[in-house]
Design a protein around this ligand. Structure first.
Ligand code: ZN
Length: 164
């Protein structure tokens, strides 16, 4: 029953995301990687803490997972993210050879500040990747995940808009 397990794992990703608070201003984005039935990485967005624009939750989880299994090849693993991965994280997913990506809130559920391109959906990257064995599924616990972020019509202070 993957759908049931997906919800269980996504709840863990939400817990990681909100480990330092759940205000949208604190960028509560969480990602975990599961290999078989083993949780091998769980990371939160750490851009502010690390002064690193690449420290997105998914990037951090991919880095951690590789160290944990001593292998950069994460084939067979599933990445759960509370928010649809951005272009950088989508590409990192492809290069890490993760087999499956499950995300909660999708692009249409949140403010445009979470994505770098207006006209290119990162899901198209996966569809056009050389690998054809990567699955991507959105909408797992969609409402619970979307509640963590600024909504499509929220008036977000300019200083908090990551893509400006
Ligand atoms: Zn990202």
């Amino acid at each position: 029953m993957p759908a049931v397990n997906d919800a269980i794992w996504m709840r863990k990703a939400i817990a990681v995301a909100t480990s330092k608070g759940s205000s949208p201003a604190s960028s509560p984005i969480g990602a975990i990687i599961v290999l078989g039935d083993r949780l091998i990485a769980s990371e939160r967005n750490q851009c502010d803490e690390l002064c690193d624009a690449t420290a997105h939750a998914e990037m951090m989880a991919i880095r951690k997972a590789g160290v944990v299994i001593c292998n950069a090849d994460l084939r067979g693993g599933t990445l759960y993210s509370t928010l649809q991965p951005c272009g950088m994280c989508t590409m990192a997913t492809i290069w890490s050879k993760i087999s499956r990506v499950v995300f909660g809130a999708g692009r249409e559920d949140v403010h445009a500040m979470y994505f770098e391109a207006r006209h290119i959906d990162t899901l198209a990257f996966v569809a056009n990747a050389y690998r054809d064995d990567i699955e991507i599924e959105g909408g797992c616990l969609r409402e619970a995940c979307a509640a963590l972020y600024y909504g499509p019509n929220d008036d977000v202070p300019r200083g908090q808009q990551g893509n400006l």
